[in-house]
Design a protein around this ligand. Structure first.
Ligand code: HEM
Length: 515
């Protein structure tokens, strides 16, 4: 058989692909915009794509490179996609706050019809996002958090019980695993009104489906995610593409529908998120703090959220909340284990404050713990769970003071970890020093030098909830246990290379001793 025609076709395809990549990766040069030279095909994220370093470390490297050239921003390539990284804090402020209308969206796949759980706040865009954001914001006031506080603290009993049992058995614990179960219980009870009991049952449904959402090893999930990144949104919509795993979708839709139905049929009112979501479904608006248990119809703007839309919001509270918060507490305990003096100082504060509050973890007691507050903030500085925040340029943008115009559709990155580890803002950045967050030191820094929750209209809606949850969990542990680093923990600490949320490589192993 003569193979020559096939050889020609294959050689032509290779040549066309090569030329396409070269052409795509010359975008910034053609636009005369400063940029980093890309590696063929991989662009500037080769080590990330080859899974050699974490997302945060990859963008920290790019940040350092751009800053060392004295640039405020730079073009770079994510594979062949021209993207922009911003390093100047004033320009970051413009992107996130002042000129937000040009950078409103996160740029992730969303298709409410074909994939109902994708229609949540983090993925929604433009007016749809604005409408849902306005409706959900009242669910996160400090009054509402206070209302849910006792449900949250109830979950610490299981946490302390598990650590006690663990000490009796061998004293070594993978703290990330334990804390993921704790945050699952919190979000299960506060969000869905369901007692997951994952602290005692690590194979409960919420843990199983929670793992599925984050499992970066699952081949199906990896293929779906790659397709969602590579294909244009219009094409994905045309083919009714679904990002969410079918079993995850069925589980969350059923949990939300059944819980709502049960509460409505039995006239049950509880002080939790689900109650607020029911108000959105039935009244189109969330009541004032003192009226959350009322069910009367008082639609203000003529729009209600559907059951599917509510399920999607419950889903994002679950997956945006449980991993990021567990990670924060995990890294805080790591730092406390390697800095025993800081741990002792914190324990003294907790003992003293709880002593004034009848030895109960109350909302007011947590608010009085100023050293704990500094520790949580310093943890979020050194180990930001979301190490890079992506935004999409939604309207052509002329960068002030330059000739550069950023075209609609361009990905724009805010390199949070790079900023948080920049010695210009945080001298000796590897050092864990809670005093960086004293009022005096905070006032000396640019507001945008600390971005664990993002900023501006799209700032993390659950930030207050997350801080409260982390403080409650740490108080419950440090008041009763001393934590010491176990030799099973890989040191120096490295980050997992496969996760979107920053996580310690190989787990974080601690010896936990009851005091
Ligand atoms: C330490 C824990 C957490 C961290 C570090 C974190 C971080 C972030 C970041 C960086 C963003 C993007 C902000 C931006 O684009 O400017 C975000 C958005 C979001 N977070 Fe969090 N988050 C945490 C906990 C939570 C919790 C507990 C919830 C829910 C109960 C939550 C729900 C959300 C939602 C719904 C969004 C999308 C907001 C929007 O697009 O309007 N997060 N979060």
């Amino acid at each position: 058989m003569d193979l020559t025609p096939f050889a020609y076709i294959i050689a032509s395809l290779i040549a066309i692909s090569y030329l396409y990549v070269k052409w795509a990766q010359s975008y910034w040069r053609r636009k005369h915009i400063q940029h980093l030279e890309p590696a063929f095909l991989y662009g500037n994220v080769k080590r990330l794509l080859k899974r050699e370093i974490s997302l945060g470390n990859q963008f920290q490297d790019i940040y350092n490179e751009v800053k060392s050239r004295g640039w405020q921003f730079s073009g770079y390539y994510f594979l062949t996609a021209p993207s922009l990284i911003v390093v100047d804090l004033e320009l970051i402020k413009r992107v996130m706050q002042t000129d937000f209308v040009h950078f409103m969206n996160h740029g992730f796949f969303v298709n409410e019809e074909a994939d109902p759980l994708s229609g949540h706040l983090f993925r929604l865009e433009d007016d749809k996002w604005r409408n849902v954001r306005v409706k959900l914001t009242p669910a996160f006031t400090s009054g509402k958090l206070k209302m849910m506080f006792s449900t949250m603290t109830a979950c610490t009993e299981g946490l302390a019980g598990l650590l006690k049992e663990n000490e009796r058995l061998n004293g070594v614990v993978d703290i990330k695993d334990v804390l993921s179960r704790f945050t699952t219980d919190v979000i299960g009870s506060v969000g869905f009104g369901i007692d997951c009991n994952s602290i005692n049952d690590p194979d409960c449904d919420f843990i199983v489906y929670g793992r599925k959402v984050f499992d970066s090893h699952a081949i199906g999930r990896r293929i779906r995610q790659t397709v969602a990144v590579l294909l244009p949104m219009s094409l994905l919509k045309a083919i009714n593409f679904k990002l969410t795993d079918a079993s995850v979708e069925a589980f969350f839709l059923n949990v939300v529908r059944n819980t709502m139905r049960y509460r409505e049929d039995n006239n049950i009112n509880r002080r939790d998120f689900m109650q607020l979501m029911l108000q959105l479904k039935n009244r189109g608006t969330i009541g004032e703090d003192d009226k959350v248990l009322e069910g009367k119809d008082e639609n203000r703007d003529g729009s209600w959220l559907t059951e599917n839309q509510i399920a999607a919001q419950c889903f994002v509270f679950f997956f945006a909340g449980f991993e990021t918060s567990a990670t924060t507490m995990t890294f805080a305990l790591y730092e406390l284990a390697v800095n025993q003096d800081i741990q002792e100082k914190l324990r003294r504060e907790i003992t003293e404050v709880l002593g004034r509050h009848g030895h109960q973890i109350t909302y007011e007691a947590i608010m009085e713990m100023t050293y704990l507050d500094k520790i949580v903030h310093e943890t979020l500085r050194k180990h930001p769970p979301i190490a890079d925040i992506p935004r999409i340029c939604t309207k052509d943008y002329h960068i002030p003071g330059t000739n550069a115009v950023i075209k609609k559709g361009t990905r724009v990155d805010i390199p949070v970890q790079g900023i948080h580890r920049d010695p210009d803002y945080y001298p000796d950045p590897e050092k864990f020093d809670p005093e960086r967050f004293s009022d005096e030191n905070k006032s000396k820094r640019h507001q945008y030098a600390f971005l664990p929750f993002g900023e501006g209209p799209r700032v993390c809606i659950g930030a207050r909830f997350a801080l409260l949850q982390a403080k409650v969990g740490l108080t419950a542990i440090i008041s009763k246990f001393r934590v010491i680093l176990n030799k099973k923990t890989q040191t120096p600490l490295e980050y997992e290379t496969q996760f979107f949320v920053t996580a310690p490589k190989g787990g974080l192993w601690l010896n936990v001793q009851e005091i």
